[in-house]
Ligand binder design. Structure first.
Ligand code: BG6
Length: 483
């Protein structure tokens, strides 16, 4: 890659995300030459760490990336630590001095990336101080990367956005949705707009229904405090699932550019059919996991209220009411402690209008895009069985993307960092996308809060409550992915 010059200032530098994702991703960019001599990283957080200790944390974090010890040590030498209280103006002065010193030392030219990986309630005050204490440079760029959650409803997201927007223009705000950095999610646009075959069929005349499953085997782990106040709808549907919906249903952009793609994604999200409370009850199911297979139920988890009403699973049916998709049910589901970790999309096409092979049945054409654990595109077709006579059978066309014969995808954060360094926000969420997603989700959340609609249960290790199957059965459909 082309070498980029940048000073990263990471707020929340001692956190789990920084260690698990950010440092390893930066290291990969370093090994690939996107970062070389002219970069530095300042980690900040409350605790009083030394540079040496911080560098050790960083080398430990990248250890798993089968790093060469020399490389790792070289890389980590660019890391500096600053104990920081985000509400203390004095601390920003110290931070500015360190930033300016490192800028000179590594000849960075004033490019700054501010990574906000801490509680959103501090984003406003951080943005304000970055500006007032002149940590924002006049030479070079100043970009803010914002981690999720971006608000907990439309109102709080607006507040958050205004707080940042007062000091940073939209073009410099990079809102993370790490699903947009995943190789197979990025493949959606390639499949849709690179193949006339699919372009022609990608509408309500040929598509019968769409299914999106983001299932996880893990429980809430160490994030119970956050999760208990969020729930699956806010944690996964508002962002990842609706972003996938937008990519699947948006109209063709005029070009493959940030501006044109965004415009169409925004229209798609704006076209989401908003539900009345009665429609929420009919079309959305929430549920909680209960003890099974040696695993605790959600209410028995540490830091979770014993009468918690937080949903750990959501299934729903939604519609994008635009020219091409109105009338196509989009079934979505996500949950913790399901049977497997899998992220997958199924697009089911309508069957032939007449079947000349009757009474032999014709299978449905289904295009499956498997995002994880393995990346795969799979198209079910009907073919003739070899031999005498004429018997049909189901078969499939397969695409298993590899590079040098292996399927090793770059970590989502690595791709997103590279994009942000290059100033390309295509794979980040624009404020209007966030706004329309929240408006859709708020209608569901409000209906749940104001009515006592059922909170279903499902045993750990299952694929969710029976109600989630009934949701499709009612329409004569079933989940293609059964766990
Ligand atoms: C995060 C959610 O956004 O996505 C987590 O907050 C979830 O609860 C995670 O576990 C899933 O991401 P991935 O990449 O593991 O599918």
């Amino acid at each position: 890659g082309t070498e980029q010059r940048a000073l990263f200032i990471i707020f929340g530098g001692t956190g789990d995300l920084a260690k698990r994702k950010l440092y390893p991703s930066l290291f990969n960019l370093y090994r690939k030459g996107f970062l070389n001599e002219n970069f530095a990283v300042i980690g900040t957080a409350r605790r009083p760490w030394t540079d040496e200790y911080f560098q050790k944390v960083v080398t430990d974090a990248i250890n798993s990336e089968d790093a060469l010890a020399e490389d790792a040590t070289q890389f980590a030498s660019h890391f500096y630590y600053q104990s920081h209280n985000v509400n203390d103006t004095e601390h920003y002065i110290t931070l500015r001095n360190l930033a300016d010193k490192l800028d000179r030392k590594y000849e960075i030219g004033g490019n700054r990336m501010f990574y906000l990986a801490m509680s959103p309630r501090f984003f406003g005050t951080i943005a304000e101080h970055l500006k007032s204490q002149k940590i924002v440079t006049t030479e070079g760029y100043n970009r803010v990367i914002v981690e999720k959650p971006f608000g907990r409803d439309f109102a709080s997201a607006t507040e958050l956005n205004d707080a940042i927007g007062r000091y940073f223009p939209e073009k410099d705000v990079f809102r993370i949705d790490h699903y947009l950095g995943k190789e197979m999610v990025q493949n959606i646009l390639a499949v849709r707009f690179g193949n006339n075959l699919f372009r022609a069929l990608w509408n309500n005349r040929y598509i019968d229904n769409i299914q999106i499953t983001l299932s996880e085997a893990l429980g809430v782990e160490e994030r119970a405090g956050y999760y208990e106040t969020a729930g699956a709808l806010r944690d996964m549907v508002q962002n990842h699932i609706l972003q996938i919906v937008a990519l699947l249903t948006m109209n063709m952009p005029a070009s493959y550019s940030e501006e044109d793609i965004r415009r169409e994604k925004i229209y798609a999200l704006k076209s989401l059919k908003k539900y009345t409370p009665a429609q929420v009850q009919a079309n959305f199911i929430r549920a909680q996991y209960t003890a099974a297979n040696g695993q605790r139920g959600y209410r028995e988890e540490e830091k979770i209220a014993s009468d918690s009403a937080t949903e750990t699973f959501v299934a729903g049916k939604l519609f994008v009411d635009n020219e091409n998709f109105s009338g196509v049910p989009i079934y979505v589901r996500t949950g913790k402690r399901l049977s497997q970790k899998r992220s997958r999309i199924d697009i089911a096409f309508k069957t032939m209008p007449t079947n000349i092979f009757a009474p032999q049945p014709l299978g449905q054409n289904v295009l499956t895009i498997n995002i994880e654990p393995e990346g795969k595109i799979f198209l079910q077709i009907n073919v003739k069985q070899v031999g005498q006579g004429f018997t049909l059978k189901k078969s499939h066309l397969d695409f298993f993307p590899t590079s040098n014969g292996k399927q090793v995808f770059p970590e989502a954060y690595e791709k997103l960092f590279a994009d942000a360094l290059a100033g390309d926000a295509t794979n980040f969420t624009h404020w209007e996308e966030v706004a329309y997603s929240w408006k859709f989700v708020d209608a569901i959340r409000t209906a749940w809060d104001q009515h006592d609609y059922a909170l279903e249960e499902y045993p750990c290790g299952s694929m969710g409550p029976v109600a989630a199957d009934k949701l499709l059965a009612r329409d004569g459909h079933k989940w293609f992915y059964t766990g």
